[in-house]
Every structure is written in C-alpha cells, then in structure tokens.
Design a protein around this ligand. Sequence first.
Ligand code: PXG
Length: 307
Amino acid sequence: MKMPLRASIPHSEFQLRIRMSLKVSINGELFDKDDAKISVYDHGLLYGDGVFEGMRSYGGRIFRLEEHLTRLWNSAKAIWLEIPIARDVLGRHIHDLLKTNGIQDGYVRLVVTRGAGTLGLDPNRTSNPQIIIIADHISLYPQEYYENGLEIITASTIRNHSAALSPRIKSLNYLNNILAKIEGLHGGCIEALMLNHKGEVAECTGDNIFIVRAGDVITPPLDAGILDGITRQTVIILAREEGLTVYEHAMTKYDIYTADECFLTGSAAEVIPVVKVDDRVIGAGKPGPVTKDLTRLFRELTRSGVV
Ligand code: PXG
C-alpha cells in the first residue's frame, strides 16, 4: 500500500525539518533554499560570467575570510565585474547567514554573477550583479581517504592556458576542471591531476598539490597556472613555522611519481594524503610523516578559533 509521503515522517521530525530549512541570501534578502532562484537570463548561467569563492566555517567563523574576499574582489576585477557591496558588509552577511542557518562547522559558497541580461555576450546589457551566499553543512571526503590516502590519475585535459583565462580567476567557468574531474571519475578517482600547457604539474581539479622529498616540501609556483589556494598559502606558512623548507618549483609528473609523500590542499578537503598517482605507489604507499604533521597542524589551527 502506498503511504502518503508525510505519513512516513514522524510529526516532530517533520516540524524539525521545516524549522531547519536552510536560508540562502540573494542580494541580502533571505529565501528558503528551495525558493532561492535567479533569472534564466543571468549571464552567470548563460555564459559562466561571474566569480565565486568556496570557504569553510569553523565554530561559526569563516576561516581566512579576508583572504577569500580579496581573492573574490581580484577575480571580479580581472573580469571587469564590479561587486556592488562593501567588503565588510558582505562579510557581515556571510556570518549572519551562518547564524541564521545554525551552522558552526560548514561550507559557504559565495557567488557573484554578471546579472540578468539579453541573449548576447555584451555585459553592458545586463542588470545588476547578483550576490548569492549559500551556507550549508559540509560534506567532506570520506574519513578513510584521510587515513589511507587517495589515489589519483593525471587527466588529459590541461589546466586553462594563463593567456586565455587566468587560473588565478575563480570564475564560474569551471568546465576545464569539470572535464578533468570526469576523467578522474571514469578512472575510479575522486580527484585528478592537471598539467599546464607546458606539461608541468599544475594542480588538481579543486585542490592544490604538494610533494615531500628528502624532508623538503615542494609545490608548483603560481606561474605554473594554478589557483592561489588559501589552504595552500596556510600550509606553506605552517610548514615554514615547523622549520621545514618549502620550495615553489615547477615540477613534472616524474617528480610526483618519485616523491616520498604527496598531499592535496583545499578549503573543503583541508590537507589530504595521496598514495597512488597513475598507478604508481608514492613513497611507502601510506600517508607519510610530514603529511600527517601538516594535517594535524592545519586541524589544530582551524579548530583553535583563529580566523
Ligand atoms: N585549485 C582549484 C582549481 C580550486 O578550485 C583549490 C585549488 C583550493 O583552493 P582553496 O583556496 O580552497 O585552498 C580550489 C578550490 C568544491 C569546490 O565544491 C572546491 C574548490 C572549488 C570549487 C568547488 O569542493 N576548491
């Protein structure tokens, strides 16, 4: 017998779900998650014309908010998009939304689109940029990956050529990375390594990459054509504070295959070990000591209340 949908949810739980409905902010106005909508004429949708940030909150505070806002404003400037709100007001809106949604340790997606326009590329024929803030619960990589490490493959899709679209811009045009991600998924991997147009290692589809060799920490430089990751910046500082030497060096796949350790960094993933790349076992095939140290230090920092 078919039961009506609501009958299957105990009354109190149903009420709880209603009360817990997440709010989404669009231009400072709050909407229920399911009612938060923007125009199908928005150039963010029609052309990927816009910028975004993905941030973490710990204990209800955004980690490295100022760095994220700086990157957002720089991304916007690079695409001639003026963000029609003051930085500190936007920061307040983000924290207010976390509070409204009752989120302590969560994920915030900040999106600024070019706005609704005509069916043509011309950004002058769009209305105001739309500022969207989504504050939701974080879905992390499964814990087993942190314990045993990830396996990744190199995608054939290369990172955007810097002269075409700078990878420093966190734009709504993520197809380049999505194609690489699909290649990874087809190979049974949740992340994929991307090279640049010179064949050097750039980064993964949503994470920066590091290796450890003879105790030194090495990561590709920004001019390898990568996103200036905020977790990457933080891990470089933490490693140096630990007395480790950190190099920002161009590297090839060979350097990864022959490394002692490898790990990825990103706001969502934090620090996550990699133990196999293109079927080559990295180092001892399990998360190495430097990776473990940096994972712990990053966790301590983010859980310490430092923003
Ligand atoms: N490289 C790329 C290409 C990214 O998109 C990072 C590195 C890491 O940067 P941060 O500043 O987070 O340390 C990113 C950002 C997601 C998601 O939903 C994650 C990112 C981008 C888009 C979506 O998991 N990571």
